[in-house]
Design a protein around this ligand. Structure first.
Ligand code: GDP
Length: 287
């Protein structure tokens, strides 16, 4: 599903998240482990304000494990709790409850001290399209969707999903918009499949992918496309890839459309192995 974001949609999305914040103790901010910074909503801090937050680096199975570790350390250094998960397979999910309990310990201790009966932690998932929100909800739900009827402050009945005894999750996630302004962010979103190709030229995306691989994972690039020495000229590199993989026109010339498509498809489908497109230093450099 692709959503065209217009100012009206953004305002509505924001309003919906803000409204639901009243019902919950903690936000699960879902991002793509391959692009943890680029897959965040640009206004997330402003929207969720001081609500406790757990960052979930999803699709960790597709990301470079060493770089995921760098991100986890980075978040910890910033005082944010983050967990790497794979919603698809269900790995890392048990840590969600324990981390939430840890983050909310003081609040729940205070409630207990006031004599308030212990209850489950209430949470909601928030993130841009395609980061895996529905997949995670379905994984956590395991058919445990519980109807709780009307909650004060909301017109529509909210459904809560029971995740064990200690956690309840809103059954609908908060869908927020991705970053638009930055061209590189757009390329990363396209390369990881978060936005449709038509929005950006396939050649630009493949060029970005090739340059990235050349810099960060040259050995994988060489191995996959039978390249002995990476040429200086990017056109030559495309020529070599196209020739090696038989992406040719009827006149036996390299077909750059086909080559570009092949590269993007292979990066996306993990033919290059797990990849991470940004590290914490990148955003620290920007700041
Ligand atoms: P949503 O738009 O945020 O609800 O995203 P979806 O739950 O629809 O997921 C988008 C795509 O990512 C789907 O094809 C999922 O199967 C896939 N996906 C979600 N989580 C993971 C994960 O942890 N690992 C992998 N490999 N794929 C995932």
């Amino acid at each position: 599903m692709t959503i065209q974001w217009f100012p009206g949609h953004m305002a509505k999305a924001r309003r919906e998240v803000t409204e639901k914040l009243k019902l919950i103790d903690i936000v699960f901010e879902l991002v793509d482990a391959r692009i943890p910074a680029s897959s965040r909503n640009p206004m997330i801090d402003e929207i969720i304000q001081h609500k406790p937050r757990l960052i979930l680096l999803n699709k960790a199975d597709m990301a470079d494990a060493a770089k995921t570790k760098q991100w986890l350390d980075y978040y910890a250094s910033q005082g944010n709790k983050a967990i790497a998960i794979n919603a698809h397979e269900g790995t890392g999910l048990t840590k969600i409850t324990s981390a939430s309990k840890e983050l909310l310990k003081e609040k729940f201790d205070r409630m207990k001290a006031k004599g308030i009966k212990p209850r489950a932690i209430r949470a909601m998932i928030v993130g841009i399209p395609n980061v895996g929100k529905s997949t995670l909800i379905n994984r956590l739900a395991k058919k445990n969707i519980a109807k709780t009827g009307n909650m004060p402050g909301v017109t529509k009945a909210q459904q809560w999903i029971k995740v064990g005894k200690e956690l309840e999750l809103l059954d609908t996630p908060g869908i927020l918009w991705p970053k638009f302004e930055d061209q590189e962010v757009g390329l990363k979103l396209a390369l990881t499949g978060a936005i449709k190709d038509t929005l950006l030229n396939l050649h630009d995306i493949s060029l970005y992918a090739i340059r990235f691989l050349e810099k960060q994972y040259p050995d994988r690039l060489q191995k996959r496309y039978g390249i002995n020495e990476i040429p200086e000229e990017i056109v030559e590199l495309f020529d070599q890839i196209g020739t090696f993989r038989g992406c040719l026109t009827s006149g036996a010339m390299v077909d750059y459309d086909k080559t570009a498509e092949l590269v993007v498809r292979e990066v996306r489908s993990e033919k290059m192995g797990p990849l991470t497109f940004e590290v914490p230093q990148d955003i620290q450099a920007e700041e």
